[in-house]
Design a protein around this ligand. Structure first.
Ligand code: SF4
Ligand code: SF4
Length: 433
């Protein structure tokens, strides 16, 4: 089985931190907590002290290490590009190995590694949803009826889809003979909760005549397990995905989830040459579509009167690899919407994998900042490129008592393709030329 790097492998990078403190101005958690232990510089000092045997892996240190969104802002602004986000995940893996996972971490990892269990739980969740959840009037989301140790009762969660996306579609959808074969990595949220995003991906790819593969054996990207400190579980998922995604020789592998993109690229590259080769084929769907000239083609669709004002939230996991412009290009090209500015559009939504489970109070404060930016803008809809951000932003908007809906860029793309009569059903007859 492949293996992620041990914290010992980062000794050289740890020494490259010159303790300048630049990261203090950019860390969203530090801005809320104002404790040196949660900023990159503090965590690097903790890692060094731990490796030198000066401190123990005690409750305090474990709590400090859990206070990170893995947003990567500190890395981008660091003069020496110290990879603090990776160092923190390596520390969490060590904590997981030596102290065991939390109950939540263990639960998440167990379920994500067993697709049959995930399918069973989502079916049961759907069946007993009326008993366990109540509907949130402001959105189509749900809230727990009963107290739970990890999920707050005032948190909005998307409904479970009646049918998983991958069960609703064939594994292979033929396109034009001369067009590439594109593998679609759905990720868990699109598969089980937000299949309409997957439908949007298919509509866009089919309108271009692409051949599409949706491997049935693909699994979770592994990022939730990594954030929870389960290195072994994440590596196991990576090996399974390597097998599922390389069983057929696809030209491209696309994701419509910013976090899955990070899981299959950044966190795959260290796992060996085969994983690195796969990572090299993975593209964010927006980047792929813009590369194919799709935005230019959308611009040819007839413009609509009174386009709806839409704001765009930049997911951290697209901004860090420099992919923040492609979703904006697609949105700007859509005939039924008008892309509007939103203050704090690039600020983290506050989800951060397991962060918002353990530190929901800080997560909500980060959300309040986003809500302020949305409220002060003209946006009636907030579009983004990550299902996790969609869940978090809708929760934020509901808490602020606002009415905006959050959706994925590809849902808006699919709606305009449908309006223009260019969709899945009539792909053969009407394609974007
Ligand atoms: S910005 Fe980089 S070098 Fe400066 S203190 Fe933070 S991690 Fe260290
Ligand atoms: S990754 Fe983000 S949350 Fe974590 S230390 Fe760096 S800036 Fe702070």
């Amino acid at each position: 089985m492949s293996k992620h790097k041990d914290i010992e492998a980062y000794r050289k990078q740890l020494r490259e931190c010159v303790k300048c403190g630049t990261c203090r101005a950019h860390c969203p958690v530090f801005k809320q907590v104002q404790s040196e232990a949660v900023v990159a510089r503090g965590k690097i000092s903790l890692a060094e002290a731990l490796m030198n045997g000066e401190v123990e892996l005690d409750r305090r240190l474990i709590s400090d290490i859990s206070q990170c969104l893995a947003c990567g802002r500190c890395v981008r602004k660091c003069p020496n590009q110290v990879p603090t986000d990776e160092i923190i995940l390596a520390l969490r893996r060590r904590i997981g190995r030596e102290k065991g996972l939390t109950l939540f971490g263990r639960g998440v990892s167990t379920v994500l590694q067993r697709p049959w269990l995930m399918n069973l739980l989502t079916r049961l969740g759907r069946m007993f949803s009326w008993l366990v959840f109540r509907k949130v009037p402001q959105s189509s989301g749900l809230r727990l009826r009963f107290p739970s140790p990890y999920i707050s009762r005032d948190r909005t969660i998307p409904e479970i889809a009646p049918r998983a996306f991958r069960q609703s579609h064939p594994e292979f959808i033929a396109g034009d003979e001369d067009k590439p074969l594109v593998t679609f990595f759905t990720g868990c949220m699109i598969n089980h909760m937000l299949p309409e995003i997957g439908d949007g991906v298919l509509a866009a790819l089919q309108s271009l005549g692409m051949n599409i593969l949706i491997p049935k054996d693909q699994g979770c990207c592994g990022l939730p397990a990594l954030c929870a400190g389960d290195g072994q579980g994440a590596a196991c998922l990576a090996d399974r995905n390597l097998e599922a995604l390389t069983a057929h020789k696809a030209d491209f592998i696309v994701t419509a989830c910013a976090s899955c993109h990070s899981g299959l690229t950044k966190h795959f590259r260290d796992l060996g040459p085969d994983h690195a080769a796969l990572a090299g084929k993975v593209m964010d769907i927006h980047e792929f579509l813009v590369d194919q000239g799709f935005d230019e083609k959308l611009l040819q669709l007839p413009r609509q009167e009174n386009p709806q004002p839409v704001g765009y939230h930049v997911p951290c996991h697209l901004r860090e690899p420099g992919l923040k412009e492609a979703p904006r290009k697609l949105l700007s090209a859509l005939p039924s919407i008008r892309l509007v500015d939103m203050k704090h559009a690039g600020a983290c939504c506050g989800l951060g994998g397991t962060f918002s489970v353990y530190h929901y109070d800080i997560s909500k404060k980060l959300g309040a900042l986003k809500a302020e930016g949305i409220r002060d803008s003209e946006a009636e809809i907030v579009a983004t490129a990550c299902p996790g951000c969609i869940m978090q932003l809708q929760d934020t908007i509901n808490h602020a008592g606002m009415s905006q809906q959050v959706c994925h860029v590809l849902e808006l793309v699919a709606a305009d393709l449908k309006n223009a009569d260019i969709g899945q059903a009539n792909r053969k007859e009407a394609k974007l030329r």
